[in-house]
Design a protein around this ligand. Structure first.
Ligand code: SF4
Length: 355
């Protein structure tokens, strides 16, 4: 039995579980599979190069996210997210604060991209997603990726990659020529254009999207994201089709699959339940879930009194219990009293996290 070294607890749910915070991992999913990331094959047969060209063309009339701004990023035009022709990276390095199957023992090779396709009023990364200072930009994405591999990271973890999918694929093609071989983790806010997700087939090993809202009123109010759930759930189905069941290496490290995150927002447990219900119906209760309690009011959350507080334990436990009732088998949970305090990043520092 491996030891997990993080606040997240991975549990096998079931009505017999006595305590939500003391349950353990009861079962692993093993895969009889080629452990090499499928990206390597795409590079070897030239498909990744073709994909690079397709994506580059999309930047001429940008539709990388559901906003479909239609602007030409190759000519310096800028759309809703303000991202341009080149990827802007705020910071990068090994990260030990992800779910244990992602952080592993050597840390997840995290690239924090600047800007975002949403504007969440409570965004914990608002310093880089909404108030980004361009002078911090890292120029060469391929060098960043290879540095993370050379540092011994467990995987490449692309945080907020949606608006830079084109630049990421181009860089990965170059990295493959230079010996890149890590699993690729696509760590997004869930506001994806399903047609673009289809084009990521074989590039991404582990999709790690959020699903934040079911109700469009909430997604518009708190994230300025119309049609959020429709796009997120359609994309999730495609992600699950592309990657299959969650698979581990060495019993502990994510190799392939979907790890779906949901941040429980104060006062919105009914919305959380609708999300879980729809996920079970649209995908499966075998999907790996991460139910997060780390919400704390930051950025502009103080303008919304109803979410200007941390989550109550009974709210979080209610959502976790509902996931158990629905039969979800693989769920990461957090300590609701600790998580809002230990997981706060500060992107003003060289190392945004304190662990
Ligand atoms: S990625 Fe940015 S520019 Fe492109 S459609 Fe989305 S918001 Fe608009």
């Amino acid at each position: 039995m491996p030891k997990f070294n993080h606040k997240n607890v991975f549990m096998k749910t079931g009505k017999s579980a006595l305590s939500l915070l003391t349950v353990k991992l009861f079962r692993y999913i093993y895969a009889d599979m080629d452990k090499k990331p499928s990206l390597i094959k795409l590079h070897a047969n030239g498909s990744l190069k073709e994909r690079t060209q397709i994506f580059k063309k999309l930047l001429e009339k940008c539709c990388l996210c559901p906003r479909k701004c239609g602007i030409n990023r190759l000519k310096g035009e800028s759309g809703y997210c303000r991202s341009g022709e080149k990827a802007a990276v705020s910071s990068f390095g090994p990260h030990f604060g992800e779910e244990p199957v992602i952080s592993g023992t050597k840390g997840s090779g995290t690239v924090f991209f600047a800007y975002c396709v949403m504007k969440c009023v409570y965004c914990q990364n608002y310093q880089i997603s909404q108030n980004y200072r361009p002078e911090k930009q890292v120029e060469n994405l391929s060098e960043v990726i290879l540095k993370l591999q050379n540092a011994g990271c467990e995987n490449l973890n692309l945080v907020s990659p949606t608006h830079y999918a084109s630049q990421i694929i181009e860089s990965l093609d170059e990295c493959c020529s230079r010996g890149f071989s890590l699993p690729v983790v696509y760590n997004s806010g869930g506001y994806e254009n399903p047609e673009i997700v289809k084009l990521l087939a074989g590039v991404v090993d582990v999709f790690m999207p959020d699903i934040k809202y079911y109700d469009d009123c909430l997604s518009i109010k708190y994230s300025d994201a119309p049609n959020y759930f429709k796009n997120a759930i359609e994309s999730l189905v495609i992600m699950a089709d592309q990657t299959g069941d969650f698979a581990f290496d060495d019993n502990t490290k994510a190799l392939r699959g979907v790890l779906l995150r949901h941040l429980v927002i104060p006062g919105n447990t009914q919305d959380s339940k609708k999300i879980l219900f729809e996920i079970k119906n649209a995908v499966s209760s075998k999907i790996c879930l991460s139910l997060m309690s780390q919400y704390y009011p930051c950025n502009k959350a103080s303008r919304y009194p109803e979410i200007n507080r941390t989550l109550m334990k009974k709210e979080y436990d209610d959502v976790v219990a509902f996931s158990m009732d629905l039969g979800f088998e693989y769920v990461f949970i957090q300590d609701v009293r600790e998580s809002p305090y230990v997981l706060r990043p500060d992107f003003g520092k060289n190392a945004p996290f304190e662990f």
